[in-house]
Ligand binder design. Structure first.
Ligand code: PLP
Length: 456
C-alpha cells in the first residue's frame, strides 16, 4: 500500500524532526506510522505495534475514535476558526472552559487556552509575574523549578525545564528561573526511608527560597510525577511538604499536569491525589487525547481574581487560544473518558493490575527497580542487582543499554521509551487486563534479548 522507501527518502530530504539526530538516523530512515486502532499502531510495512507510550503520553482514549473525528468534522463545517480576542468568543471554547471548571479541583473556575503545553507554561510564567506586578511586588519574578523536569520546548518552557542538554543549546535558562534537585529516591535517597527523603527533597525548595530571597520568588513549578525525566514517582511526603513551604512564603504553586492530567494517574488531575492545592495547572496532551493540538492553564481563584478584577488587559494570547475545532475534540474526548469510566478503571482496576504485573518484572536479572503509578511505569536496567536498590550497579552509560532494549521492543512490536537505562511506559487508558498481560510478555521477551546481547 505504501512505498516505504519513497516516503523515507522524502522524509530525509525535507522533514526536520523534533528531538532527532538526523545523522544518527542515517540511511536506515524513520519508521513510517500509518494507522492506529485502540492501543495498536500499524507501520507502512503492515507491522502491528503495541503503543506503550500513547504516542507522546497523550492518546488516552486510544486511536481510531470516530466520534472525535465526527465532532471535529462537524465543527470544521460549522465554524472552523474564530478567535476570542477583542470581545468575541465561540461556543466550544465556552463549553470546554465550563466543563474543565467542573471536573477540576474547586479552586479552579477559569481557563486560559493555548495551542500546546509549552505555550501553556510560557503563559504561566507571564501570568505569575503579572500577578505579582498587579499586586505591586515587581521584584517578585523568580520561578523555582527542578533539575531533570520537562516543561516544553519554547524558550520559557525549556528554561523552566531542568534538562541540561536543552539548556546547553541556546544559552538557557533565561534569567529569573532557578532549579533545585528532583525527588528521585533512587538517585539521592541513600540512607533514608522514602518518607524521610520526601521531606529532605522538599526542604531544597525552602533552601532555594532563602538563597534567592522570599521577596523575589514568584512561584514553584513541578510535574506531580516527572514524565520525560524518566517517570520519577516522588515519595508520598514530598508534595504536602512542598505545599506547606509554598504557603509559608506565599509563593504560587504551579502543577504541570500535561502528562499527569486527564486520567493518566487515575484522577482527572494528579494534584488531587498528591495533597496539593495548586494555583495554576498546566494541561495539554490528554485533554484531546492528542487528536488535535490543545493546551492551557487552569487558573485558580487566587490568580484569576487579581488578573481579572484588578489587572486590566493581560497582553497575552495566541491565534489558536480557544480554537473551536480543538475545543470540540476535547469535549468529545472528555465525554468518552466519562462514559467509559476510563479514569475509574485506571484507579480501581487496570492501574492496580498494571502495578502488580509490572512489579513482577523486578525478578528479571536486568531489572534493578520497577515502579508505577496509575498508567505510568518505569524500570531500571542494571548490571548488578542488590537487596537495597541503592546498591545496584549501573551499566556504563556509553553502552547505551536502554537504547538496545528500546530497539528490541521496537523490533518486536512494542513502543517503550528509554531515558538512559530507565525504560518507561504510559499506555492508553483503554488498555485491558489481557492487553496488559500481552505487554508484560513482550517486555519480558525483550529484556531477555537485551540480556543476551549484554552477555556477549
Ligand atoms: N509539560 C510536560 C510535563 C510535558 O511532558 C510536555 C510535553 O511532553 C510539555 C509540558 C510540553 O507540551 P507540548 O509538547 O504540548 O508543548
Amino acid at each position: 500500500l505504501y512505498d516505504t522507501a519513497a516516503i523515507q527518502k522524502l522524509d530525509t530530504a525535507h522533514y526536520m524532526h523534533p528531538f532527532t539526530d538526523h545523522q544518527a538516523l542515517g540511511e536506515k530512515g524513520a519508521r513510517v506510522m500509518v494507522r492506529g486502532e485502540g492501543i495498536y499502531l500499524w507501520d507502512s510495512e503492515g507491522n502491528k505495534i503495541l503503543d506503550g507510550m500513547s504516542g507522546l503520553w497523550c492518546v488516552n482514549v486510544g486511536y481510531g475514535r470516530k466520534s472525535i473525528s465526527d465532532a471535529v468534522y462537524r465543527q470544521m463545517e460549522t465554524l472552523p476558526f474564530y478567535n476570542s480576542f477583542f470581545n468575541t468568543t465561540n461556543v466550544p471554547a465556552v463549553l470546554l472552559a465550563n466543563k474543565l471548571s467542573a471536573i477540576s479541583p474547586p479552586q479552579f473556575n477559569h481557563v486560559y487556552f493555548t495551542g500546546s503545553g509549552s505555550e501553556a507554561n510560557d503563559t504561566n510564567l507571564r501570568m505569575v509575574r503579572r500577578y505579582w506586578d498587579v499586586l505591586g511586588f515587581k521584584e517578585r519574578h523568580t520561578i523555582i523549578s527542578r533539575h531533570n523536569s520537562y516543561h516544553g520546548s519554547t524558550v520559557a518552557g525549556a528554561s523552566l525545564g531542568g534538562m541540561t542538554d536543552m539548556h546547553a543549546q541556546g544559552g538557557l535558562p533565561i534569567p529569573g528561573i532557578v532549579h533545585i534537585g528532583q525527588p528521585n529516591y533512587l538517585e539521592s535517597g541513600r540512607g533514608m526511608t522514602e518518607a524521610e527523603f520526601g521531606i529532605e527533597a522538599a526542604s531544597w525548595l525552602e533552601q532555594k527560597i532563602l538563597e534567592v530571597g522570599a521577596e523575589k520568588v514568584a512561584a514553584f513549578i513541578g510535574e506531580p510525577v516527572q514524565g520525560a525525566g524518566g517517570v520519577i514517582i516522588p515519595p508520598a511526603t514530598y508534595w504536602p511538604e512542598i505545599q506547606r513551604i509554598c504557603d509559608k512564603y506565599g509563593i504560587l504553586l504551579i502543577a504541570d499536569e500535561v502528562i499527569c492530567g486527564f486520567g493518566r494517574l487515575g484522577r482527572w488531575f494528579a494534584s488531587e491525589m498528591f495533597g496539593i492545592r495548586p494555583d495554576l495547572i498546566t494541561f495539554a496532551k490528554g485533554v484531546t487525547s492528542g487528536y488535535i493540538p490543545l493546551g492551557g492553564v487552569l487558573v485558580g481563584d487566587r490568580v484569576a481574581d487579581v488578573l481579572i478584577k484588578q489587572g486590566g488587559e493581560f497582553n497575552h494570547g495566541f491565534t489558536y487560544s480557544g480554537h473551536p475545532v480543538a475545543c470540540a475534540a476535547a469535549l468529545e474526548n472528555i465525554r468518552i473518558l466519562e462514559e467509559e469510566k476510563l479514569i475509574e478503571r485506571v484507579a480501581d482496576d487496570t492501574g492496580p493490575y498494571l502495578k502488580q504485573r509490572f512489579a513482577e518484572l523486578a525478578d528479571h536479572p536486568l531489572v534493578g527497580y520497577a515502579d508505577s503509578c496509575g498508567f505510568v511505569a518505569g524500570l531500571n536496567l542494571v548490571r548488578t542487582k542488590a537487596d537495597n536498590p541503592h546498591d545496584n550497579v549501573a551499566f556504563d552509560s556509553a553502552l547505551g543499554v536502554g537504547m538496545v532494549c528500546r530497539g528490541h521492543m521496537f523490533g518486536n512490536g512494542m513502543i517503550m521509551r528509554a531515558v538512559g537505562d530507565r525504560m518507561i511506559i504510559a499506555p492508553p487508558l483503554v488498555m485491558t487486563r489481557e492487553q496488559i498481560d500481552e505487554m508484560i510478555t513482550l517486555i519480558r521477551r525483550c529484556l531477555d534479548l537485551t540480556h543476551a546481547d549484554i552477555k556477549q
